[in-house]
Design a protein around this ligand. Structure first.
Ligand SMILES: [Zn+2]
Ligand SMILES: [Zn+2]
Length: 127
């Protein structure tokens, strides 16, 4: 079941919701899979760093660098929902330091930028 969920998640080009993944697994397995059980497995993947949650999109993506423990930055397109993953440790360490300076213990900084991807921005310009 976990393997099927991971395979389905990795098959999505965009962040997928638990419902999207449940749908894909249901089709692949030829039986109905509840979104609830998919949720549990996805959260387990997040805990094991195999997947990342895109908070503002309420969705998940397979982690492209599971061995790497840094904080990822996601650029989320408002039009096509495509997520671009960038890494800039100077920014994320700065956020952790700023939180620490306020006496806050940062566990998981969430840095997501909403906007338009290059392709959608080009379409907007043309319109
Ligand atoms: Zn990253
Ligand atoms: Zn886009």
């Amino acid at each position: 079941m976990r393997a099927a969920v991971f395979e389905a998640l990795a098959g999505f080009a965009r962040p997928a919701s638990a419902y999207d993944v449940a749908e894909a697994v249901s089709q692949a397995e030829g039986r109905r899979i509840a979104a609830n059980s998919v949720y549990r497995i996805l959260d387990l993947f997040v805990a094991k760093n195999l997947a990342r949650r895109v908070e503002t999109a309420n969705a998940y993506i397979a982690n492209t660098h599971p061995d790497c423990r840094h904080d990822c930055i996601f650029l989320v397109c408002d039009i096509c929902s495509q997520v671009t993953h960038i890494d800039d440790d100077a920014i994320t360490i700065g956020v952790r330091d700023a939180a620490g300076g306020a006496g806050f213990v940062a566990r998981r900084p969430v840095i997501e930028v909403r906007g338009l991807c290059a392709a959608c921005a080009a379409t907007q310009d043309a319109a």
